[in-house]
Design a binder for this molecule. Structure first.
Ligand code: ADP
Ligand code: MG
Length: 626
């Protein structure tokens, strides 16, 4: 016989679905703005090109999103309100390749748990749409309805069944601010989608499709127009694209700062620090620069799964991202002469990391070698390397001048047309006399090139030197014969702010001679019909943007002609930058080009292109005067 056991009642019961859903919803839908974000993202994921957001009472009584995306079938529409119902991932593997904004399948289920929802949706294939009403996670009504393709989803009376949460909401002003923030973040990352926002029957935003720059100005205000510096760096590991404000636009309050990773808005104090660091000493310590930056990474190295509202994110290697962000911004600011110094080297320890080394593996090296900067060093009849009708290969000339110089010194006669007259005579007695052709070249700090002379060495600034080279080549080209234009198979249209359009009109004819074929195309629009051969397709808009910025920078210099300003802008823009590692071949080409110049010792701005260090000076520094 079994012993008598005291009866212990079971304590665990399963929560009814609607309560479980309400609890779970708390994580996803904290306030009206969270629902706005989820609904907008669903519309984006559905491939919509037009998205309308309608708000009443700061979202407390109505949040409606109308899109012209894919729509849903009747079954899918019903399914969409189930928890973990998603069309976006099927396997755990998919989770590591997320390209959509949503993937958890929680948003609609959460919304249906805490609001009264009315959904109207139709796919392209279906004749009629479907209308569904949901309340307390239960479908109340489902019927066919005439509807355009796409989805309209209205959520009414948020938290009507969770009074504690409803009471927790802030004032309408505060909640509306949160809504505008979320709207701004989504609209910012999809400038190719038309967005409108209407609140209490008043239209607050009507954002036509356009470039990112236009979207930024639409959202953050016209005062940023012409004050944005383009950031763009592409590597194998990651790409950065976007804009940062010129230092003078820095504000006393944090605010206009946006980071997006794979198009998803994120908050990262760490990356923010990287940006602040790049601005160091350019803005007051207690001010905040504007930035809108998009980082694209292979989704496998990002974990977006750490936070339900997905604003925080884990990178596989934060340090690399930090270094790249900082370097990209320093580079951008340097390019516009916003910053006086040009050091944007990566931290030595970071430089060692294999992922940073990646861009320099064999296949990437060949990809890089196909890029415009490198071609400029190694290929003829490119914009960087213009063959002049009346001269032979400038390389040969450079070499000749250099040899001439040594030879004439050797014979005791100073060459009259020497390109090296600006430096002190070099002693020729050294038997190890070398021409540039076989002189030893070393790159230091990815910025300088050293070349030994017979009695010391020259320290050449790679960017300054290349700017001089391009300047002379472009100057000759615009006078004698135009740079060859490569007509685009797919001409790119360019929409500019009115001020920029005026500038471009002004320089269009001159640009033509420099290889850019641009034609007006309606109000503030242009078509880029062709570019110099080394401007790769897809790059044209960016190049013109940078060019305009650079040109405007020179516009204060009244003493220059239009042509002069343009040539200077192009030379600076196209010059190889400090921080770029050069191969020996590239260094040699640059040095030979430099000494082929008519005035090789200074940049067009008058800064030195190289410094000479003589052995006797060096000895004095070590031992003092003898
Ligand atoms: P998730 O976006 O994480 O997949 P949601 O709960 O937000 O989860 O949406 C569930 C599913 O409903 C989506 O995967 C999608 O298939 C469908 N859906 C939601 N909103 C829309 C929409 N506006 N247009 C088309 N389909 C939608
Ligand atoms: Mg979603």
């Amino acid at each position: 016989m079994a012993a008598k056991v005291d009866f212990v009642p079971d304590k665990i019961t399963l929560l009814p679905d609607n309560i479980a859903n309400q609890i779970a919803a708390g994580e996803v839908i904290q306030r009206p703005a969270s629902a706005v974000k989820e609904l907008l993202e669903n519309a984006v994921d559905a491939g919509a090109t037009e998205i309308k957001l309608i708000i009443a009472d700061a979202g407390k009584s109505l949040i409606q999103v109308i899109d012209n995306g894919s729509g849903m079938s009747g079954t899918d529409a019903r399914m969409s309100f189930e928890r973990h119902a998603t069309s976006k991932i099927k396997t755990i593997e998919d989770l590591f390749h997320i390209r959509t904004m949503g993937f958890r399948g929680e948003a609609l289920a959460s919304i249906a748990a805490v609001a009264q929802v009315e959904l109207k949706t139709k796919t392209a294939e279906d004749e009629t749409g479907v209308y569904i009403e949901v309340e307390n996670s239960m479908v109340k009504k489902q019927e066919p309805v005439a509807a355009p393709m796409g989805t309209s989803i209205a959520m009414k009376n948020l938290f009507f069944n969770v009074p504690a949460r409803r009471n927790f909401l802030k004032s309408n002003n505060a909640e509306m601010r949160h809504i505008v923030d979320e709207f701004t973040r989504v609209a910012m990352s999809f400038p190719e989608i038309l967005f409108t926002l209407t609140a209490n029957n008043q239209q607050l935003f009507h954002l036509e499709t356009g470039s990112l720059k236009q979207r930024i100005v639409q959202l953050l205000g016209n005062n940023y127009n012409a004050k944005l510096v383009t950031v763009k760096e592409d590597t194998d590991y990651m790409n950065i694209y976007g804009f940062v404000g010129k230092p003078e636009t820095a504000k006393k309050t944090r605010g206009d700062q946006y980071f997006f990773v794979n198009n998803r808005f994120i908050k990262s104090a760490y990356l923010n620090h990287a940006v602040m660091n790049a601005y160091q000493e350019m803005i007051p310590t207690d001010s905040f620069p504007m930035y809108v930056l998009f980082i694209d990474l292979d989704p496998t190295v990002v974990d977006v799964n750490v936070h339900p509202t997905k604003q925080e994110i884990k990178f596989e290697d934060e340090k690399i991202i930090y270094a790249f962000v900082q370097a990209a911004i320093k580079h951008a600011l340097a390019q516009f002469s916003v910053t006086p110094t040009l050091d944007f080297d990566l931290d030595a320890s970071i430089q060692q990391l294999s992922s940073v080394q990646q861009p320099f593996t064999q296949e990437n090296r060949s990809a890089a070698a196909a890029g415009s900067i490198f071609k400029g060093f190694t290929q003829k009849n490119q914009a960087h390397f213009i063959e002049k009708s009346d001269r032979s290969d400038p390389i040969a000339i450079g070499l000749k001048h250099w040899k001439d110089f040594y030879e004439s010194r050797e014979s005791g006669v100073v060459s009259q047309d020497s390109t090296l007259t600006s430096i002190d005579p070099i002693q020729i007695s050294d038997s190890r006399l070398k021409t540039i052709e076989d002189a030893e070249l070393t790159q230091l700090l990815n910025t300088y090139i050293t070349i030994s002379s017979s009695n010391g060495f020259l320290l050449i600034h790679q960017q300054a030197a290349h700017e001089r080279v391009l300047y002379e080549q472009l100057k000759a080209a615009s006078k004698d014969k135009p740079v060859a234009t490569q007509r685009s198979m797919f001409p790119v249209t360019l929409e500019l702010a009115p001020a920029d359009a005026a500038v471009l009109e002004e320089i269009m004819i001159d640009l033509q001679q420099l290889g850019y074929s641009i034609e007006p195309f309606g109000k503030n629009s242009f078509v880029i019909q062709g570019t110099p051969a080394d401007v790769g397709p897809g790059n044209e808009k960016h190049i013109i943007d940078i060019l305009l910025e650079q040109y405007k920078h020179f516009s204060n210099e009244v003493k220059f002609s239009k042509r002069e300003k343009l040539v200077r802008s192009l030379a600076r823009q196209q010059s190889i930058k400090s921080g770029v590692r050069l191969t020996e071949k590239e260094m040699r080409r640059l040095v030979m080009d430099l000494f082929a110049c008519e005035q090789s010792n200074v940049t067009p701005d008058g800064n030195p292109t190289y410094l000479e260090f003589k052995q006797e000076q060096l000895e004095k520094m070590f031992r003092g005067p003898l």
